[in-house]
Each structure stands twice: as structure tokens, then as C-alpha cells.
Design a binder for this molecule. Structure first.
Ligand code: NOJ
Length: 518
């Protein structure tokens, strides 16, 4: 099979503030990332996606961009970025940047210019005399009054993140040129922030009420975002972005999309002219982590994929509670085996390979606006953004200063590297196997089955076959093997061993990757 790098490879998400500080200010930076690229290569991933590093007032930690073609001084300089990219490529790593097209910072010169009704930027944002009922994701109305312009502007997120008007061709041109700026440097692709929100109803119709909403639920959920997101016209813009990437060889367009599967797959575009990887967050969103729920998800997703579409899977990111917290540390090992043996490009969120848990943040240390604006509802994202523990030195080798968020108490990477039974070693083993066996990266996936808490599926390619047997529960379980084989990875034991056909006993939270005959 002639597969692209983004089909064969594994993506690793870096939250730049938290990987490695190099200058002692307590916040991670580009030089820190460059220094750690060898370590990421040693883990065995193929591509690194960086959350935003552009100039930003940081009201949403870089998702409020004030210059799409620069580097925030907190993270470093353009020369340091160029060095990072060169080092990544020298190591055979691809580099993916975050692109934030839905909104800019209110400090972006475009928005400042748009506050005048005359001038060429007047129509670059969504200005209205009267607000409608659209809400902001981080609490309150989505509309904020601007004294200077004498109108309201719409923001899907914070008032400091005004939404761009993607119906304006000049906005599109400017944004596509920003993409080209980075593509010309050799960046290998983009993860596009809230890609499904870019276009809004041209008539600004009110969103319908959500009948399932009750007082006390999140105010944002009071209305269904029918007119403020996932508009049919958005696909034209996605296809245009894709066409910009296709001006260059082998680039990838990844879309951030929180939608049900039937809607999600429309972002592959017409005949595949959309995103190559519309992020599939459904493992992250599963309300109940059971074999039955996971098997249904796998089968439903496989069945929904359009012809030629390549699947992908995500277990964690900088916006959601960490997988080890959601399913527990023992089951997180099973989840890792699942992620790295499914058909489709996996994305690993940095630190999940160490089994990092959400870190409790004392009230005085809270940084995330999502928590500060709607406190106590569990919306804060600081717990999954805490710095990466590298070693057993001061601040786990992350910084010589004061870390921007508290360090958790995860066993640091240097200790896990030397322990063949660690979560890190399990990841490395699974990544090695995935690289060594195209059947795991690219092979066919059988229908998944669930019985008595055990999730099973097979991967096959050109006479090579693997059986994946995952006990998703905390009790012992049994399944029956119809063929024998060799256990090549085990959440509980190191080393290979044979398995016979017949009953197979599983310990609680045990996952096995078994090479079998076809
Ligand atoms: C999604 C990003 O992942 C999140 O961190 C951010 O707050 C919102 N988009 C707004 O850009």
C-alpha cells in the first residue's frame, strides 16, 4: 500500500508552554522543544504538532493570535523556530503547526482597524447593531459592545477573541497567505482550530433552544448551535485551505471537530477535498469506557468513513481531562494499546505516554480563562496542561525557575525509560511494533467485538495478522482464541510468549497484542 507519512505515522501533540523551559522563566519555549526533539524521536513518534506559538496577548494561551506570521517572544524568535524545524527534519520528524482561523486576538491590527466603520478592514469581523442569542463557549453572550465602532461583535470564545468574517474574500486571501508563509518554510501541515465553526449563518438567525437543557447545566448548552457552527458553506473554505496545502507536496490538513460521527466525516470533503484527518475525538468523549461502547464506536466510525477516507484516533488533548484520570492508571495502559493498534493515525497528547494524571490546581494558581469565568463546573483545562516531568531533579528538569503551573507527581520520564514495565516502555514497545509491522499501521481492521468486558479485533495485511484482546474492566476475564500465536506486547508483562488456541485468561485491565496465523 502506498501510504502517506500522515497515514503511516503517529502524531505527538506538544503544548509548548509545558514541554521544556530553556531560559528559566518557568514557561516552555522553542529552544526547549528543539532540545527535546531527540527524546521525542526516541519515543518513536513521527510528527510533532505544536499548539500555537504565534504572538499573542495569551488571554487564551496563544489561541488568541495577534500576528499569524510571527513567534511570541515568550517562546523565542523566528530564527529559533527555523532551527527547531531544521532539527526536526534532520531527525526525520514532521512538524505540524496549529492554525487559528476562526478568531484573532482583539489586539490584532486587523481587529483594531475594523473598529472603524470606514477603511478596508471594516468588514473583516462579524459586526451587528443588535446581538442575537448566540452564546460564547467560555460563558455569557457571544456578543460584546464596542464603543468606538458603536456596534456589537461576535466571539465564539472570549471577548478578546473576535471571530473573523470568512465570507469576506480579503480575509481568506490574508489567511491563506499566512498558511503559505509557514508552508514556504517547510512546515508539514496544520491542525486547524475549531474548523467547523468558521462559517456562521449569513442571516444571523437565532439558535433554537435545547430541549434537553436544565437550569444549572452549562449556559452555553441552552441553545443548539445550528446557525453558529457546522454550516454547509464551511466545506468550501476547508476545501480552499486544503487546496493551499496541496500547492506543496505531502502536506497534511488536520481539523479540530467536535461533532457526531455522521457530521464529522463530512469534513473529509467531497471526493476527499477536505481535511485529510478530521480529528476523531470520540474515544475522548465516551461517557462509559466499556468494551461494548468502544466496539460500537469502532464499528460505527469504520462504517461511516467515506470511500478513500483515512481514519484517525485521539485519546487526549490540552482541552480535556487526561486519559489516565478518565479511565484510571491501569486501564490507561489498555487505552494506549487500543490507540496504537487501531486502524488510523493516532495522536498522543504529550505526557499521556508517562501516564500523567490531571494535576489538582490550587485556586490561587488557576490560569485557564475557562475556569476563571465559569468556576467550579469542571471546565478548567490547567489540570491537563501541567509541565512535563523529565527527570528527578528540581522541577523534574522542566525549568530552573518557577513552573507556570504546578508540577504533578508523575514518575518522570528518565526513571520510566529504565523500567521495562513502565507506561513509557509500553508506549515505546507499541510504537516499535507499529513501525515494524505495516499490518498494525495500515492493515485491514476486522469488526470489533465485545464479550464479558473483553474487546477484540484483528489487523491483517499481506499474510501478517494480529489479534488485539483488551480487558476493559477491573475484573478477571476470559476469552477463547481460535488460533494460537505469540504475545508480542502485554500491559502486564515484559517479553514475548506463546499462546495456545482455546481459553485465554486475562487479568484485570490486561491488554494483549498477539501475532497470529492468518
Ligand atoms: C480549541 C482549542 O483547542 C482551545 O484550547 C481553545 O481555547 C479554543 N479552540 C479557542 O481557540
Amino acid at each position: 500500500m502506498d501510504a502517506a507519512w500522515w497515514q503511516r505515522g503517529v502524531v505527538y501533540q506538544v503544548y509548548p508552554r509545558s514541554l521544556q523551559d530553556s531560559d528559566g522563566d518557568g514557561t516552555g519555549d522553542l529552544n526547549g522543544i528543539t532540545r527535546r526533539l531527540d527524546d521525542l524521536r526516541a519515543l518513536g513518534v513521527d510528527a510533532v504538532w505544536l499548539s500555537p506559538i504565534y504572538p499573542s496577548p495569551m488571554t487564551d494561551f496563544g489561541y488568541d493570535v495577534s500576528d499569524y506570521c510571527g513567534i511570541d517572544p515568550l517562546f523565542g524568535t523566528m530564527a529559533e523556530f527555523d532551527a527547531l524545524l531544521a532539527r526536526a527534519h534532520a531527525l526525520g520528524l514532521k512538524l505540524i503547526l496549529d492554525f487559528v482561523p476562526n478568531h484573532t486576538s482583539d489586539q490584532h491590527p486587523w481587529f483594531q482597524a475594523s473598529r472603524e466603520r470606514s477603511g478596508d478592514k471594516a468588514d473583516w469581523y462579524l459586526w451587528r447593531d443588535e446581538p442575537n442569542n448566540w452564546m460564547a463557549n467560555f460563558g455569557g453572550s457571544g456578543w460584546t459592545w464596542d464603543e468606538r465602532r458603536g456596534q456589537f461583535y461576535y466571539h465564539s470564545f472570549l471577548p478578546t477573541q473576535p471571530d473573523l468574517n470568512w465570507r469576506n474574500p480579503a480575509v481568506k486571501r490574508a489567511m491563506y497567505d499566512a498558511l503559505r508563509f509557514w508552508l514556504n518554510k517547510g512546515v508539514d501541515g496544520f491542525r486547524v482550530d475549531v474548523i467547523w465553526m468558521m462559517l456562521k449563518d449569513a442571516e444571523f438567525r437565532d439558535n433554537p433552544p435545547n430541549q434537553a437543557w436544565h437550569p444549572g447545566d452549562r449556559p452555553f448548552e441552552q441553545f443548539l448551535p445550528v446557525y453558529s457552527a457546522d454550516r454547509p458553506e464551511v466545506h468550501e473554505v476547508v476545501a480552499e485551505m486544503r487546496a493551499v496545502l496541496d500547492e506543496y507536496p505531502e502536506r497534511v490538513l488536520i481539523g479540530e471537530i467536535y461533532l457526531p460521527i455522521d457530521k464529522l466525516v463530512t469534513y473529509y470533503g467531497r471526493d476527499g477535498d477536505g481535511a485529510q484527518l478530521p480529528f476523531n475525538f470520540h474515544l475522548l468523549l465516551l461517557p462509559h469506557w466499556t468494551a461494548g461502547a468502544i466496539a460500537s464506536l469502532i464499528n460505527d466510525y469504520q462504517a461511516a468513513l467515506p470511500a478513500g477516507a483515512w481514519p484517525n484516533w485521539v485519546l487526549g488533548n490540552h482541552d480535556r481531562s487526561r486519559v489516565a484520570t478518565r479511565v484510571g492508571p491501569a486501564q490507561a495502559r489498555v487505552a494506549a494499546m487500543l490507540l496504537l493498534t487501531l486502524r488510523g493515525t493516532p495522536t498522543i497528547y504529550m505526557g499521556d505516554e508517562l501516564g500523567m494524571l490531571d494535576t489538582a490546581i490550587p485556586t490561587a494558581d488557576i490560569r485557564d480563562p475557562a475556569e476563571l469565568r465559569e468556576p467550579g463546573q469542571g471546565l478548567g483545562r490547567d489540570p491537563e496542561r501541567t509541565p512535563f516531568p523529565w527527570d528527578s531533579g528540581a522541577n523534574h528538569g522542566f525549568t530552573t525557575g518557577t513552573p507556570w503551573l504546578p508540577m504533578g507527581d508523575t514518575v518522570p520520564r528518565s526513571i520510566q525509560t529504565d523500567d521495562p514495565a513502565s507506561m513509557f516502555s509500553l508506549h515505546r514497545r507499541l510504537l516499535d511494533l507499529r513501525r515494524a509491522h505495516p499490518a498494525l499501521a495500515l492493515g485491514e481492521l476486522s469488526a470489533a467485538s465485545a464479550e464479558g468486558g473483553v474487546l477484540r479485533y484483528r489487523r491483517t495485511l499481506n499474510g501478517t495478522a494480529f489479534e488485539i484482546v483488551l480487558n476493559t474492566g477491573g475484573a478477571v476475564a476470559e476469552t477463547v482464541m481460535d488460533r494460537g500465536g505469540t504475545v508480542v506486547a502485554d500491559t502486564h508483562e515484559v517479553g514475548e510468549r506463546p499462546v495456545e488456541p482455546g481459553p485465554l485468561h486475562l487479568k484485570p485491565d490486561q491488554g494483549l497484542l498477539i501475532r497470529t496465523t492468518t
